[in-house]
Design a binder for this molecule. Structure first.
Ligand code: KMT
Ligand code: NI
Length: 174
């Protein structure tokens, strides 16, 4: 995992867009984001323990690649639409990699580059987007609580007033 400010330059979303300015894990944690690294082959037990501790009962696996996901190019653009969820989301990268971009306190994009074995916990209500990288391959486990409310809500006037958004800002900014 590496976190850095997005460069905001034009170009394919799958390019690194690395401004060269990094973010520390503690800066990420002020956004409510937690990261772990569990090598997939040896360490699914650690993922299971984390899921059990947080009361996560469901999971699925998604393989995002041109050969496995119908309408790949279209889907990848959809994942890259800025949105929030009304539920915490856990993403565990099993193969390949990808980028999650999240908004910081100043509404700037922070890019989180995830690789095989990276597990990220993102709070409900944070504005974010996802893209594959130049490998065009992300195999990820998505972990859900009992009653997942993980539908993406596209950022717009209404989402700013969303109760989960307001909760998130309260916990982030005090
Ligand atoms: C999201 O919330 O944007 C996603 O779950 C993207 C696909 S999972 C790597
Ligand atoms: Ni999302």
């Amino acid at each position: 995992m590496r976190a850095y400010y997005f460069d905001n330059l034009p170009g394919d979303q799958r390019l690194p867009h690395d401004s060269g300015r990094s973010l520390s894990p503690s800066a990420l944690s002020t956004l409510g984001i937690t990261h772990h690294h569990f090598p997939p082959s040896s360490d699914l037990a650690s993922v299971n323990a984390l899921a059990a501790k947080r009361n996560y009962k469901n999971r699925d696996e998604i393989e995002i690649s041109p050969s496995t996901l119908p309408n790949y190019e279209e889907k990848v653009k959809t994942f890259f639409d800025e949105h929030l969820h009304e539920d915490e989301e856990i993403r565990y990268i099993l193969e390949g990699g990808g980028y999650f971009d999240v908004r910081n306190q100043g509404d700037e994009w922070v890019r989180i580059a995830l690789e095989r074995g990276d597990l990220m916990i993102m709070p409900a209500g944070i504005y974010h987007r996802f893209t594959t990288d130049e490998q065009n391959y992300t195999k990820a486990m998505r972990l859900f609580k009992e009653d997942p409310k993980w539908t993406p809500l596209k950022r717009g006037g209404e989402t700013d007033g969303n109760e989960f958004r307001k909760e998130y800002l309260k916990s982030r900014d005090g």
